[in-house]
Design a protein around this ligand. Sequence first.
Ligand code: AMP
Ligand code: ZN
Length: 129
Amino acid sequence: MENCIFCKIVKGEIPSYTIYENDRIKVFMDINPIAKGHCLVIPKNHYTNLMDIDKDVLREIDEVIKELYPKFKEKLGAEGLTRMQNNELGQEVKHYHMHLIPRYKGDRQEPKVDEEAQKTVAEAFERLT
Ligand code: AMP
Ligand code: ZN
């Protein structure tokens, strides 16, 4: 999809801190994180939202998240994981994406993390494939 920022990330035209990818799915750090390790899971093919995404791709996204969840615990000390996915209203980027937000004890009081911290997290994951 032309002019889709996430399609450009898939094509490598825009850089991203990628922590996981296979032929169909990519996981990379959110540029404006609300928690340490906040990342986005996207299908490499362009789907707009829940309405048009392929069911098999949805299922694989869940499988990838199940694989990653213990890594957030091991590598970041997260004690939980919140998933969030906006459709239409409130959806800034019109390419399906699932937010993964690692949760930490008492995290509601924690300050926002910066991009450098996100880079460190991506390095800790050693780009899982
Ligand atoms: P949503 O409001 O659910 O559409 O969320 C879009 C998310 O994409 C936001 O959390 C943005 O910070 C994130 N985002 C936008 N552009 C980029 C980018 N180039 N790299 C990584 N994350 C991005
Ligand atoms: Zn796209």
